[in-house]
Design a protein around this ligand. Structure first.
Ligand code: ZN
Length: 343
């Protein structure tokens, strides 16, 4: 079958559209005929690799997939050949204390398709049946694929971990990126009073306003820390979402009102930096981290996608053979939504 793979770690020139064997399935798995797969910035880091990431090579990329069940394992009773399905992008053991208490994102064996496991930039992939969610007929495959990882991550951070409440003010640092745009939409749906968004281009900020942002600040045109301070009547906001890290953390902490929460699921500008600890205790701040999310959050947020209350922005749909082109576009940055591959 055709797939987007790399044979060794490195830059994107290691990635190619080529033939790999079609996966075989175990008794608890189904063979998914992939109808859509969505790109994530994580793909670029997986190609580069890191210490401790020991992949079977060639590695089939892609965290997010949706499609049709093409074959079912002997123990699978809930799904049949021909079912349209979305895939919860994370796999866990299903037996440990974390899994049994609904915290499967903390499982020792927690793994993500396309990162630790073979992914969905392929015509077929083997998937445990318990990762599947039936996809209603009116929901396109590309919508399900585009939504999965970013929405479960944003929902888990903002709602389950961050306890974001109706009537609160929120600042999202960064207007591009799937998790940030999903966060803006979810904050709107949750009843945010004011949504402030800091971004690097007027285009991305216009999109943020379409998704529900009330106030947008172009960081190339003004001092965004000062702008937030002034716009909030020198109070700051209840919640800051900062997935940038090194370049922004200090200003994010300063932008919080007393008792505020800083939520983080990543650090696109670098993981190690200093900040002034006096903000943390002096203003009674909390820093709340998480990564991806548990199954119940996946079901919850995908239900909202199926109901049309959350709509992932899709920038471009490419054929699977255009996967390398799509990855290069993502590497360059300026996107107005998800990039999707269709085998
Ligand atoms: Zn477990």
């Amino acid at each position: 079958m055709k797939a987007i793979v790399f044979h060794q770690h490195g830059k994107l020139d290691q990635v190619e559209y080529s033939d790999v064997p079609r996966p075989t399935i175990g008794p608890d798995e189904v063979l998914l005929e992939v109808k859509a797969a969505a790109l994530n910035r994580l793909d670029l880091w997986v190609v580069e690799g890191w210490r401790g990431l020991n992949l079977a090579l060639p590695h089939v990329m892609g965290c997010d997939g949706a499609g049709v069940v093409a074959e079912v394992g002997g123990n699978v009773t809930d799904f049949a050949v021909g079912d349209r399905v979305a895939v919860n992008p994370t796999r866990s053991c299903g037996r440990c204390d974390f899994c049994l208490s609904g915290r499967d994102q903390m499982c020792d064996q927690f793994a993500l398709f396309g990162e630790h496991l073979p992914g969905f930039y392929a015509e077929y992939q083997a998937v445990p049946a318990r990762n599947l969610l039936k996809l209603p007929d009116h929901v396109p495959f590309e919508v399900a694929a585009a939504a999965s990882l970013v929405y479960v991550t944003a929902w888990h951070s903002l709602i389950s971990r961050g306890r974001f409440q109706a009537g609160e003010d929120i600042l999202v640092v960064g207007a591009g990126g799937g998790v940030n745009t999903a966060t803006i939409e979810i904050a709107r749906l949750a009843g945010a009073r004011m949504i402030y968004v800091v971004g690097s281009s007027d285009e991305k900020l216009m999109q943020a306003r379409r998704l529900g942002a009330d106030v947008t600040i172009n960081r190339h045109q003004e001092d965004w820390g000062k702008a937030v301070f002034q716009a909030t009547g020198r109070q700051g906001v209840d919640v800051v979402v900062d997935n940038v890290g090194a370049a922004t953390y200090q200003i994010s902490l300063r932008s919080l009102k007393r008792g505020g929460r800083l939520l983080t699921v990543g650090n696109t500008s670098g993981p190690k930096f200093e900040f002034d600890n006096r903000y943390i205790f002096g203003k009674h701040l909390s820093i709340i981290g998480s990564t991806m999310g548990p199954r119940q959050d996946y079901d919850k947020v995908m239900g909202l996608v199926f109901d049309g209350r959350l709509k992932p922005a899709i920038d471009t749909i490419y054929p699977l053979s255009g996967g390398v082109t799509a990855l290069r576009r993502m590497e360059q940055g300026e996107l107005a939504g998800k990039l999707v591959l269709k085998p």
